[in-house]
Structures are given as C-alpha cells and as structure tokens.
Design a protein around this ligand. Sequence first.
Ligand SMILES: [Zn+2]
Ligand SMILES: [Zn+2]
Length: 345
Amino acid sequence: MKALVLEGKGQVSYKEVPKPECAPDGLLIKVDSVGLCGSDVRTYFHGHQDVHYPCILGHENAGTIVEVGSEVKGFKVNEKVIINPVLPCGKCWYCLKGWQHMCSDRLTYGHSIQGGFAEYMAVPGIGLERGQVLKIPEGVSTDEIVIVELLSSIVNSQDYANITLGETVVVIGTGPIGCLHSEVARLRGAQRIIMIDLNDERLEMSKKFSGTHFINSSKESAVEKVMEITDHFGADAVIIAAPSVKAQSEGLDMLRKRGRLVIFGGVSKDDPISKFDSNKIHYNEIAILGAFAYGPNDFKKAFDLVVNKMVKTEGFVTHVLPLEKMEEGVKEIQSGRALKVVLKP
Ligand SMILES: [Zn+2]
Ligand SMILES: [Zn+2]
C-alpha cells in the first residue's frame, strides 16, 4: 500500500510499504479521511517523544472496514467508522478512575502504532474494547466526522472548567480549536463568547462559528476591550487556545474574581514558563486548569454532537488534499489560511 512516511524532522516520503494485517480480534480499515492536526505539524517539524522514525502519523482517522477478524462480533465489511486514536491500558489507577487520557501505558495511532497517513490501517483488539470504534451513520461524511477527535478534547476541557449558563467566556486563539471552543461554549449556555486573535484572516474565519465579540489583539488591548464588554466585571472563564505564554498571563487579567483560566494549548518547550501575578490568583481565588486530551466518554459525546448536527461543521474543513500533498497542507495551516485540512489517502 501507499503511505506517507515521516523519516526524520521535516522529512516525509510518499511510498510503498507493507499493508498491515487484520488481527483475529481486530479490524482492517481503508482510510477515507484523515485530519491534519496542529500536533502533526509540530511533530513533522520537531519530532515527538513517542515518535520513532520511520513513522506513519495520523490520529484523526475515519474509513471503511475492509476486513473483520474472525473473533470480532458487531462489525461488518463496508461499514464506515471513526477510530478513537487513544488506546488506554484499562487497568491502571487513572483508567480505573475514568481518566483514561492520563493513562501512562496508553498507545496512540500515529505515535506508538501506525496511524492513518496510509491507505490502510489495522485496529488491534485493544482498540475495540471501550467503544473506541464508532459507526458513522448515513448522511455524515468521513471528511466532516474527523473533527470529532479535536472536539473531544474541547468537550473534556469545558466539562473540567464547568462552563455554564449565562457565562462570559473568552477564547484566545481562533484557529480550529478556538472555533470549536466557541461552539461548545454556546451549547453549554454561555451568553457572551469573546474571540481574540492576532491574525485578521483567522479572526474573520472564526466569525462563521459561535463567537459574539471579536478582538484583534495586535490592534487594540484585549484586556481593556474584555473589561469594556463586561462592564469592568471580567470574564467568568478564559480559555487559552494559542501557543503563547503572554496570552496565558493576559488571560489572568481578563478574569473576574473566582474566574477560571484554562490552559488548553501547549507552548514551545524552549520557553514554557509563564509569569503570573500570584497575588491576583490568591486574593481573587482564581483557578488555573490545564486541559489536554479526552477519555472514551468525551469522544462519544463529541461524536454525538457532530452526528446530531449540534455543532456547526460547514466551513470548518477548508482544505481537502490528497495524502501526498500533506506538506502543502502544513503550509496552509502555518499561514493561517486553513482552518481544518483533511487528507485523502
Ligand atoms: Zn488531533
Ligand atoms: Zn491505564
């Protein structure tokens, strides 16, 4: 089969590799759509602690079942499915607690096992244990369903931060993650959703989604503007969906007392230290939460939101490219012109 193989930092080749085999307790999938994620772009340039070259990336995978292992029940050839890329061990303290995304023995497609940047991918038995493979109903395309992966971590983070009815939520960073945060905040009942970005083009694209106010922080003070919008009260929650320590400390200045600061985006490993006014955290009783991934439960919730058309998906996928043009997709993401890029093996 053909696959896009990452051979080293910034080096990929589209080439013939052996087709994976279907395990007796697993499935073989023909990949129809695979999302190109911001984390794939980072791994492409800088590598990843769990990635050993050569490696086939791709964790936002949807496709068609082409083979069903002899021991597997409940799946048929030709069914369309989406695959949760995180395979927790199911046995450790975190898994038993229900925080499977914190499992330290988890496997992930695209890192520890072959991902979807290929014509075919195998789902091992462990990948079928916790409802990790979900059937896509008629009327939902594989291009549209791949956003479930990204959406799952947003569902988890807003649950964790308890975004609720009538709140003012600020989202800093209006890339694909920020746009989906605006959708989930609306569903949870937020009254004002203030979207902030440095890039006009990205800010403009985010207007298709559920933001109510839009601020270009390269042109005006985002903190002052948020205070003005909230009658100098401050926001209930600020979600940082941008890889910036400056945005994190600015986010703190936008909060009301007892507000929540959610650090959603990772920052550069070379400069991860944020400076906060700790008196503000102390006297204002601010909560700072990190949010990163999702459990099988969040994945199913996100799947239901997309399948039941509760989040806007039109306009979300801006680029559909053949798999071998992955590097073109990387450029589109970096330039800020793309919201979501879907690759077709
Ligand atoms: Zn992703
Ligand atoms: Zn575990």
